[in-house]
Design a protein around this ligand. Structure first.
Ligand SMILES: Nc1ncnc2c1ncn2[C@@H]1O[C@H](COP(=O)(O)OP(=O)(O)OP(=O)(O)O)[C@@H](O)[C@H]1O
Ligand SMILES: [Mg+2]
Length: 256
């Protein structure tokens, strides 16, 4: 079922090596990540899939520098996160990483444009105007920049969130179920924008999703079960992903 990888070997925007994350202890001990090694290739769209509780969000949060881990290492570009102070980690998140969450996380009192540039405003940076204009055009928000979130549809709000994640031209953009709160049409739009940002702007995108159709927008899908990577697929189709996910319910993957 594993398809062959593409011929060239691209560089990696972020990677986890032997990454483990354990929550709690004794009776409440949960191994959320169990020695995961995975690289996220630059200018590629990677989806992370797996059953609920398999560690998808944990993996994303650890690689994005949002959460600590128990052992192993994480690199964003050449930087090893474990070697950073809290302050350096905050700066790395701010400068190198963009996020799109399931809940759009926009500030209600700010306009769409103010929301998009907020992270840069906080960091005291000015946007590269050409890049920012390109991002805003791509997500089709040009006529809505003065609107507040409450004046926008859910899909439009998520487009603002996508533009915000891309605005600073980060090394890597992470999405945790970024289409989870949208109907299928609005979801398809957002997925199309994420894919376009990879194809036309050379962005690197990593997205957690439950949805085989969403995963089919990616160049590659990695599958987690019980905190381990059990398979991956290149150029995935929704049907292929669905087929593979069904096989994860078999005892082979449940045994530990
Ligand atoms: N703060 C926490 N304390 C204890 N256990 C946790 C905590 N956060 C997550 N876990 C456990 O770690 C495991 C992985 O959780 P995670 O949120 O990464 O799963 P997921 O694959 O994102 O699931 P979902 O698809 O439901 O979002 C789960 O068993 C979960 O119960
Ligand atoms: Mg999750």
């Amino acid at each position: 079922m594993m398809s062959s990888p593409p011929p060239r070997t691209p560089t990696v925007a972020a990677r986890a090596t032997d990454l483990s994350k354990v929550y709690g202890q004794g009776d409440t001990r949960v191994v959320a990540l169990d020695r995961v090694s995975v690289g996220f290739e630059r200018s590629r769209f990677t989806a992370i899939m797996g059953p609920s509780g398999s560690g998808k969000s944990t993996l994303m949060h650890c690689v994005a520098g949002l959460d600590s881990f128990s052992s192993g290492s994480v690199h964003v570009g050449d930087v090893e996160l474990g070697a950073l102070t809290d302050r350096q980690l905050t700066r790395l998140r701010r400068d190198k990483v963009g996020f799109v969450f399931q809940a759009f996380n926009l500030l209600p009192t700010l306009t769409a444009l103010e929301n998009i540039t907020l992270p840069m405003d906080i960091a005291g940076r000015t946007a590269d105007k050409e890049w920012l204009d390109g991002v805003i055009r791509m997500v089709g928000l040009s006529g809505r920049l003065g609107h507040r979130p409450a004046q926008l549809s859910g899909g439009q709000q998520q487009r603002v969130a996508v533009a915000r994640a891309l605005a600073s031209r980060p090394e890597i953009v992470f999405g945790d179920e970024p289409t989870g709160n949208l109907d299928s049409r609005a979801g398809a739009e957002i997925l199309g924008f994420l894919r376009d940002s990879v194809r036309t702007l050379g962005q690197t995108v990593v997205m957690v999703t439950h949805d085989p159709v969403a995963a089919s927008y990616a160049d590659r899908v990695v599958f987690l079960v019980d905190g381990r990577i059990v398979d991956e697929m290149y150029e995935p189709s929704a049907d292929g992903v669905l087929e593979l996910m069904k096989s994860f319910d078999t005892p082979r993957f449940r045994a530990s």
